[in-house]
Design a protein. Sequence first.
Length: 207
Amino acid sequence: MEKGIYPISKRVFDLALTVLALPLLLPLAFVTAILVGIKLGRPVIFSQQRPGLNGKPFLLYKFRTMTEARDAEGKLLPDAVRLMSFGRCLRALSLDELPEFYNVLRGDMSLVGPRPLLVAYLDRYSAEQMRRHLLPPGITGWAQINGRNAINWEEKFRLDVWYIDHWNLLLDLKILLLTVRKVLIREGISGENQATAEEFKGNSRKN
């Protein structure tokens, strides 16, 4: 995979919009954190290593949306059981993503880009799919406004690579505006009969 970059113009765009949005984001995040603590308990923040630019891991932050319910052997119950109505509401409104604006300020993420998935997936991508890491991951992206979790992995990665090949600031602005619409109509939150996105198990043939 060729080496990706975080274009200066994209970085300035991300910082400018994030700083301008802070007066709205901070109170919203504060209220959300309190509600998460009341409804789901502590810790209110979920963190996990995710692949960033060029696949380099970084620590992603989100508000937790699931309980810590476990079975008699101490194993976590399935996502569908632990994801309660409050957590579904957070995801539907994308409020669980609010802490990721901190990742944007740090430079780990962009406002727009392919979603940062699991580190375990890195060895499962084809060479073409790995190109999704040539730009920093985003809070929202081209795949998110074109199906989100309601489309299959192959289509999602195709859309991610299309974004890599066609990126420009006007496209980022378009995606941000369309994201607001998608959140308001709560479209594509999860796949059919799925509480969360189905695991990506790899390709039958890599190219």
